[in-house]
Design a protein around this ligand. Structure first.
Ligand code: SF4
Ligand code: SF4
Ligand code: SF4
Ligand code: FES
Length: 946
């Protein structure tokens, strides 16, 4: 295996359609107009020496190393900043150029530490390469003159260092921070000899605006900005292209290794979701894979108050099978079930649902997507005919108006956010609908035209009011509606949204938003050009989550914003494989590709393929499993890669349900909170240790490639196979690729998908079929998948969760950039320096009324439970609204959330909880007793196993 090398063309590509022919060093080259001479030369295989240019950022022309001669032109222009012209004759290697380049390099080297042999970048340093390329043999000025060699090193960032003594002030880092990441954390301060790179106002990186995306580190041609792991481990020697296992953006990375050790993750330029960019999680937060708390041996115990006992794989698997069989013999076929995970691969999710259906003989399988994007699946399938977003991420480059509702891309989908910010800097306009002032509302070079800071729980009302304005003011796209949509459904819907209760004036009172702002936002979306809607869990996790998804779909249809680049309805998926786990038949009523289990003909194709007869009755959803456990009819659960205790609502209810079960089997990396109630623990493997696929928010099927062997000795898919076999259901596969082959055979939207295809194409967006063998970037182009687009009435029904004298505030929840979901992974990395604890954001007015100061401990109580955490007093939230993240088990924010849920899908209403906040002395009694219980429950009787 070798390092995957990507060519640096020096400058970004030109997207011009017309081409230009020129000659470079005697070679005829044809390139798009607007291409730089440097890039055109690279196309012809000629590498012009360069330092300040790299193809991820616009050329700057400062180093003067890339000079060329052009026949008929005076001087020696920089090839990075000079565009090609028809008939141009360019020379990149002449004696004159050689002399100039030599002189330039001499100056650089005379002010550079000459410690190449011991420098961490030795072998991966462009300054070193260029010294060789220009044939530098001596430095006439010596190195004793005035220089920057004594500059201080900044190693405040946990993941990379900044050694100013090695900086050549090429500004690649500054441009990467601006153009690629969009954070503007770096500047060049001073002039001439005194110019230097500075984070923020000459701060340390850790204290600046820097969000640790690493784009500057990647852009730096020297060892000035370099990963600490490269300093510690050395230069990588081989690499494997794989996919990030955090969020639904699905960034591709080169996992660069030295022996069996991971040195660094480098975003892959050919990754079509991220195009060479990443966020702090994907690039840096992988240390959890080697964390000391990772469990590597299977464990069992008879009761949850006993310590764990390490056992062999055979014994652990045997225990699972014998317990599940015993439970079914005693309590019936329906008394056990399984939960698939959106953190696991498609193949792993497929196998778990196959085990449940074929091995357990029932449909009691559900997925953690139930608690996040199930309304997306349902809402979009009813309106458009497909349970997925309509666009690829490239689409944002063609958008004129972006409507972001209930999503916080800069924190939760950072790489997409960087692409979005770039488009906004180019002039696209922005509408944000969110109770909280998310960063996108105002940040460097980005400002939302409208921020509708609605009261939590009123999404459907606001969306209806936008539709009301569009319909009553005649801003509809009538041609699109006539041609593409069901007319009678449209007329019915148009009459509904035109009713007075849906007017901005009426809704404004309910939602706490000015009618003018609602009307302005509606007009902008309907008339501002290509309009694209991006939404997240702030839309779905409501009692009317499905209603709001349908209302979004209606808005896109009524304005004709569907079926071409730059428009569409784009759910931003939380976890890496939310889309995939849903596609794989993880819901209790659906087989793969969202086909209902009651469809006898379809079921029989699976029966034939699996050699088992399948139950045609839908099984239990997660919350029904909990209820059935408390009723005494559900006794055994296999949970793969999901911490239901921490992530599901109403923690007390979940813990009571788990305690009532006789055999809870948890398969995970760590003894998570759910494992506190488990009887069998099966150690899982990290994404670095597995082969498979993840499907991102664009429906893009990305390969996950094994970088190292599973540290626990058994891949996750093999564990499911072993359980199935022990239960008498043989699933004979020898590699995950065979699982994908079976999925493709049985699922029309995956037709033709195989690891071979993914290796060749890089990735594909389902649906793949005969017509679109390489996938479908934009859906519903000529017709909706269901035929005619279906407008659905979306009446606003207020949630039953009401504020009142006891609980006068509304709690809503969200994520933060550095942490991920329940934090099982990110809390075990250096990311904790940015977010050590969950805090409660509270408006200064509400804080003052309660005598709460910034940083104080407060109690947070709802009708389901209470917890305590520290307060952050901020006007990011409106009066009457409080906000917290849910990354830390010490806080257990879900002790407070209720079991209200979406009317169609049971997706919990995490985003609206009536609460009270009061000063407190510290953690609550419950937190203390839970902490003690969890600690006891994690004891491992190692001695017994030895
Ligand atoms: S790590 Fe990212 S945000 Fe921080 S300075 Fe570098 S490019 Fe900017
Ligand atoms: S830190 Fe690196 S990229 Fe930035 S100016 Fe210095 S040498 Fe160039
Ligand atoms: S944006 Fe998402 S997929 Fe990309 S690196 Fe960050 S966490 Fe990973
Ligand atoms: S690479 Fe062109 S001027 Fe630096």
């Amino acid at each position: 295996m070798s390092l995957v090398h990507e060519i640096d063309y020096g400058t970004p590509p030109s997207l011009a359609a017309e081409t230009v022919k020129l000659t470079i060093d005697g070679n005829e080259v044809t390139v798009p107009a607007g291409t730089s001479i440097m890039r055109a030369a690279m196309d012809a295989g000629i590498q012009v020496p360069k330092l300040c240019a790299t193809d991820s950022v616009e050329a700057f022309g400062s180093c003067r190393l890339c000079l060329v001669e052009i026949a008929g032109r005076a001087g020696t222009p920089a090839s990075c900043t000079t565009p090609v012209a028809a008939g141009m004759v360019v020379s990149t290697q002449t004696d004159r150029l050689k002399q100039i380049r030599n002189g330039v390099m001499e100056l650089y080297i005379s002010d550079h530490p000459l410690d190449c042999l011991t420098c961490a970048a030795n072998g991966d340093c462009e300054l070193q390469d260029m010294a060789g390329a220009v044939g530098l043999r001596e430095v006439r000025y010596g190195t004793g003159g005035e220089n920057h060699l004594a500059q201080e090193k900044d190693d405040s960032n946990p993941y990379f260092t900044f050694d100013a003594s090695k900086c050549i002030v090429c500004s690649r880092c500054v441009r990467a921070c601006e153009e690629v990441q969009g954070t503007f954390a770096l500047t060049i301060q001073g002039r001439g000899f005194d110019s230097k790179v500075s984070a923020g106002m000459a701060e340390k990186f850790i204290d600046s605006e820097c969000v640790s995306c690493g784009a500057c580190v990647q852009a730096c041609p020297t060892a000035t900005l370099i990963e600490k792991t490269v300093i510690d481990v050395g230069q990588p020697e081989h690499s494997v292209v794989t996919t990030c296992a955090y969020c639904g953006v699905g960034c591709n990375f080169k996992a660069e290794m030295r022996g069996e050790e991971l040195v660094r993750m480098v975003p892959y330029k050919d990754g079509l979701a991220n195009r060479g960019h990443s966020c702090v999680k994907g690039r840096f937060a992988w240390g959890y894979a080697n964390h000391r708390e990772r469990i590597l041996n299977p464990m069992i115990r008879e009761r949850i108050d006993q310590p764990w006992r390490e056992v062999s794989w055979d014994e652990a698997i045997g225990r699972v099978a014998s317990e599940f069989k015993r439970i079914q013999a005693k309590h019936g076929r329906l008394s056990i079930g399984g939960i698939t995970s959106s953190r696991c691969t498609n193949e792993e999710a497929y196998l778990v649902q196959k085990l449940v259906r074929g091995g357990f003989g029932n449909n009691n399988v559900d997925t953690c997507a139930r608690v996040c994007h199930s309304p997306t699946g349902y809402g979009l399938s009813k309106t458009y005919g497909t349970s997925a977003g309509t666009q690829d991420f490239d689409s944002v480059e063609h958008t004129d108006v972006v409507l972001v509702i209930g999503a916080n891309p800069t924190d939760a989908h950072p790489v997409f956010a960087s692409r979005l910010k770039k488009r906004l800097r180019q002039g696209a306009r922005l509408i944000v609908i969110d109770p909280r002032r998310i960063d996108l509302v105002r940040m460097p070079h980005v400002e939302a035209q409208y921020h509708l800071a609605l009261r939590p729980g009123t999404n459907a009302a606001i969306l209806n009011a936008l539709a009301h304005t569009i319909v009553t003011e005649g801003l509809m796209n009538e041609a699109f509606i006539r041609e593409r949509c069901d007319i009678s459904a449209f007329e019915h819907w148009a009459a509904f949204v035109s009713e007075p209760q849906n007017s901005p004036e009426a809704v404004g009172l309910i939602a706490g938003v000015s009618p003018e702002a609602i009307r302005g936002a509606a007009r902008l979306y309907a008339t501002g050009g290509n309009g694209a809607i991006y939404y997240g869990l702030g839309v779905t996790e409501h009692s009317q989550g499905t209603t709001a998804v349908m209302a979004i779909a209606n808005l896109a249809m009524v304005t004709g914003n569907i079926g071409r680049p730059g428009v569409g309805v784009n759910p931003l998926r939380g976890q890496n494989n939310v889309q995939g786990s849903c596609d794989m038949g993880s819901f209790p009523h659906e087989l793969t590709g969202y086909r209902h289990i009651s469809d006898g003909a379809m079921r029989s194709t699976f029966e034939e393929a699996w050699g088992r007869s399948l139950d045609g009755e839908p099984g239990l959803r997660i919350m029904n499993m909990f209820d059935a456990a408390l009723d005494g009819s559900f006794k055994g659960l296999y949970v793969q890669g999901e911490d239901i205790l921490q992530s599901d609502p109403n923690t007390h209810h979940v813990s009571a349900a788990l305690s009532a079960m006789e055999c809870v089997v948890v398969q995970d990396l760590f003894l998570n909170e759910t494992a506190t109630y488990a009887h069998v623990f099966l150690p899982g493997s990290t994404f670095l240790e597995k082969d498979g696929t993840f499907t991102n928010a664009e429906r893009r099927i990305n390969r996950v490639r094994r970088v190292m062997a599973p540290k626990n000795g058994m891949a996750d898919w093999e564990i499911t196979l072993a359980i199935a076999k022990a239960m008498g259901f043989d699933m004979p596969y020898s590699h995950p690729s065979e699982v994908m082959d079976e999925i493709a055979r049985l699922t029309p939207t995956f037709a033709g998908v195989s690891y071979d295809l993914l290796d060749k194409a890089g990735s594909v967006q389902w649906p793949c079929n005969e017509k679109m063998p390489l996938g479908t970037p934009v859906m519903h182009i000529d017709a909706f998948v269901r035929g005619k687009g279906n407008f659905i009435i979306t009446e606003y029904v207020p949630t039953d969760e009401k504020v009142g004298p006891r609980f006068p505030l509304l709690l809503t929840t969200g994520r933060i950039l550095s942490q991920y979901n329940v934090g099982a992974q990110t809390r075990r990395t250096a990311n904790v320096v940015w977010h050590e604890e969950d805090m409660l954001e509270i408006h200064p007015h509400d804080a003052e009324q309660r005598g709460v100061r910034d940083g104080d401990w407060v109690r947070l109580d709802s009708r389901t439970g209470g917890t305590a955490l520290r307060a952050r007093v901020t006007d990011r939230v409106a009066p009457g609204v409080v906000y917290t993240t849910f990354h830390h088990p010490d806080t257990q924010a879900n002790v407070v959330t209720t079991d209200y849920s979406d009317w169609a899908t049971n997706c919990p209403e995490y985003k609206v909880t009536a609460v009270q906040v009061a000063p407190s002395n510290g953690p609550s009694d419950w937190q203390r007793s839970y902490g003690e219980h969890a600690e006891r429950s994690r004891l491992i009787a190692k001695a017994a196993a030895e």
